[in-house]
Design a protein around this ligand. Sequence first.
Ligand code: ZN
Length: 310
Amino acid sequence: MKISPFTLIHNRSADSKEKLQSLLEARMQAVQQAEPTLATSLQKQSPRFMETLLSTTFGGSGIGSSNLTEALPNLQRVISELERQPDVMRIGIWDLGARVGRLPQVIEVLNRVQGAFAIFEVEAAIPAGMISRPERVVAWARERLGSLPSKKEREEIESNMIADDFYRRADVVRKDLDLHYLVGITPSMVAFEEEESVHWNYFATYDNRLILASTYDLRKFAQRAGRLFEVAVGGVICSMLLVAVNPRLEYHQDNTGCMFDMNLDRESIVRSIREARIEERCLNLMIPKYRSVAAALNEALRTYQGADPT
Ligand SMILES: [Zn+2]
């Protein structure tokens, strides 16, 4: 199977530490023999990240020459991305059943246009308990609201995923892969607790190094905006990531068609998807080094028309 270079497969292997270590060394040696410069660059990366990258690109348990032939161009591509500038942040995107089919293509484009973030698609088993059954989400909300939600509220709440359930389990994956940020994409809406109040029906939220983004209704909204679904998903991910890395930047309650509209009225996201712009006032709230990055990401999404016909 041909995989995109920007893929990381999370694998908690049952093999012994010694066996994994010797496999890693054999792979490294194979790279060293074929491309010594590439091997040197790989050794400069974080060890846990490099291990995953090698096992993903080599595939399964292989070290043979055909594995090497397939691995080399992908490793090269990733390394050139990571060495493009100092302190590149490694970002993982983990699809939790949202089925964003063309996500790898969008990731490639977003990586191409800027150098601050190297974005990877993460493949990992979804841990038990991460995605709550509707009854549990309703019970969670009831406990915090201190009262019984109305029938309408209950119906809405049932379509949410609890961000805390994601954070607790996702941080293990983030640390295993040694990523700076991990973004989960859920087909549900997002519910979370903040300063003793509960919120639900959100498109995204984050806590420290973990971001939870939702695709609920997004196909419909993207279609209404005349844009591709994966562009809308990319917009939600990029805006949340930019808020996470810029302490002064926040979503604003007035919806102006900006990437940082809060979209409490969910339908208002149609305008944000269609207009795909970042206001001057929002750019000014960013750390200077992220301003051109944000503009490049936004422009890439605004002009994206689908995968290159290759
Ligand atoms: Zn704005």
